[in-house]
Design a protein around this ligand. Structure first.
Ligand code: NAP
Ligand code: MG
Length: 489
């Protein structure tokens, strides 16, 4: 596999960071291996950066923001550059998708879809760059009051490994659109496409320092970025544990942050649901990205009258699912990201406090050193059981029976998380009642969308975090309001 990076048409990362428009090794010279989950082989190397590199990246972003070429662009010019980047991503989508699959392990068909979404982030926010504007506020006679929407300045971005390209677009594109200069610390387990896309941005003439990328370990490079007094805002996606650390760092620096921390999202199936439509979506919750999706609908709540029927259907679909090498078109379920994640998920499966309802397989011939886990469904689960409460982040579904609408709402809201919910019913009144009762950031009725939906504000409550990404809401997160009061007499 060593030749993969060379074979690709992408001009690809040696172990270098992007700082102030230049590609540089870590100041210490340290590097680390990049392992493919498909076969456990090292296929590239990245910079193992530390505080010195973060210091340099934050300084470069500051220069870009204050007086640098980035600060001189109009909103329309920023937007145009971003749209060109979107087009460049699409032109190279196949190479990027191949790289994403090698790096992250997700099935190639999902990686292709991810590249479209990534391009869409730059298109959407590029188009929005010159459409966010202030207001004139009616006030006392003799005054002119204007509300301006301004960039924060230097924004920090820490993203996870589950959707490396998409997360780069989701986090960085709205920040750029508002005119911030960005510093990104991607996850060490999968960061190659973010580097490749940043390379494209450089080739397209993004001014130096607008996008800086520093790779390395979370507790070193990530922590240095979160703690840095030179950043004005931080956007984090990942685990609740690290989210708390980020928020503490933000508090010490008196800056704002958005936290997107995952979930245990319910899909509620009422007895009048269109099961033909619901079923593939329910199963997909664990297949898409191997269940390693913050918004995966991993708790399936089924009304008692149809419980046995739906479980039977789920079981039949599920037993045909197998994990396999994901770099070919037929693969639906690939390996998990790492040996650590595989062992974490296997522990949840082995120690589950609910009956095993069905188990998929690992396909014969799957590479021995890849990180494959056979998917599992558990049920009927007590709503308070560990397997029905905690985010597994793997191909594991928990099935819970419920009696009526009230019961469904109470179970659905009965975890520490609150990210997404789905309601499957034909009853219009119930659709509205239950949607309004959900304590979470996004509700789907007779459908489900994990990922994608670039236009749709997205984020959580409670342990799922706070703040909103996607849609225009993200542009508001990445900007601040200044009110100018002019007593003109
Ligand atoms: P994580 O540790 O929270 O990692 C997320 C990001 O934070 C990565 O870029 C990571 O860098 C960085 N990071 C880690 N420690 C840091 C620190 N002290 N300061 C600043 N940045 C830091 O998540 P994980 O270990 O990859 O996954 C653990 C669990 O988190 C998963 O099993 C899942 O339940 C959840 N998770 C949720 C999401 C989501 O989309 N909401 C995504 C991923 C994971 P490195 O990876 O380079 O260390
Ligand atoms: Mg990797």
């Amino acid at each position: 596999m060593k030749d993969f990076v060379k074979m690709s048409n992408l001009s690809l990362p040696e172990p270098l960071n992007l700082i102030g428009g230049e590609w540089k090794p870590a100041a210490s010279g340290a590097e680390m291996d990049v392992i493919s989950p498909i076969d456990g082989e090292v296929f590239a190397r990245i910079a193992d950066s530390d505080k010195a590199d973060i210091d340099a990246a934050v300084a470069a972003a500051r220069d870009a923001f204050e007086g640098g070429a980035w600060s001189e662009l109009t909103a329309a010019e920023r937007g145009r550059l971003m749209i060109r980047l979107s087009e460049r991503i699409l032109e190279n989508a196949e190479d990027l998708a191949q790289l994403e699959t090698r790096d992250n392990g997700k099935p190639i068909t999902q990686a292709r879809a991810d590249m479209k979404v990534t391009a869409r982030y730059f298109e959407y926010y590029g188009g929005a760059a010159d459409k966010v504007h202030g207001e004139v506020i009616p006030f006392q006679r003799g005054y002119n009051v204007e509300m301006h929407r301004e960039p924060h300045g230097v924004t920090g971005h820490i993203i996870p490994w589950n959707y490396p390209a998409q997360m780069f677009g989701r986090s960085v594109a709205p920040a750029l659109a508002m005119g911030n200069a960005t510093v990104l610390k991607p996850a060490e387990d999968a960061c190659m496409t973010a580097l490749a896309i940043a390379r494209m941005a450089c080739d397209l003439g993004f001014p130096p320092g607008a996008i800086n990328i520093v790779t390395g370990r979370g507790e070193v490079a990530g922590q240095a970025l979160a703690d840095h007094p030179g950043i004005d805002f931080i956007s984090f996606t990942g685990s609740p544990e690290v989210g708390q650390i980020i928020q503490q760092s933000a508090a010490r620096n008196f800056i704002g942050c958005t936290l997107e921390l995952g979930g245990k999202s319910p899909q509620i199936v009422f007895d009048d649901a269109d099961l033909g439509a619901a079923l593939p979506v329910l199963v997909n919750a664990v297949i898409q990205n191997g269940g390693q999706t913050c918004s995966a609908g991993t708790r399936v709540l089924i009304q008692r009258g149809i419980f046995d029927e739906v479980c039977g259907l789920l079981k039949a679909q599920f037993e045909g699912v197998s994990a396999e090498a994901s770099d070919h078109d037929d693969a639906k379920l690939g390996p998990l990201i790492s040996a650590k994640q595989k062992s974490r998920v296997e522990t949840y499966i082995d120690e589950a406090d609910a009956p095993l309802m069905a188990r998929g397989r690992i396909k014969d011939g799957a590479p021995e050193n890849g990180f494959y886990v056979a998917p599992a469904i558990f049920g009927p689960c007590d709503p308070k059981s560990k397997i029905a409460q905690e985010e597994v982040f793997g191909p594991v579904l928990s099935i819970i029976p419920f009696d009526d609408e009230k019961d469904a709402i109470s179970i659905a809201n009965g975890t520490e998380y609150g990210l997404v919910a789905a309601i499957w019913t034909r009853d219009g009144g119930r659709q509205q009642r239950v949607a309004k009762a959900m304590r979470c950031g996004q509700v789907f009725i007779n459908g489900y969308g994990a990922g994608g939906g670039v236009e749709l504000p997205f984020g959580g409550v409670r342990k799922s975090g706070h703040g909103r990404e996607k849609g225009f809401a993200a542009l508001h997160e990445f900007s601040t309001i200044k009110t100018i009061v002019n007593n003109h007499g």
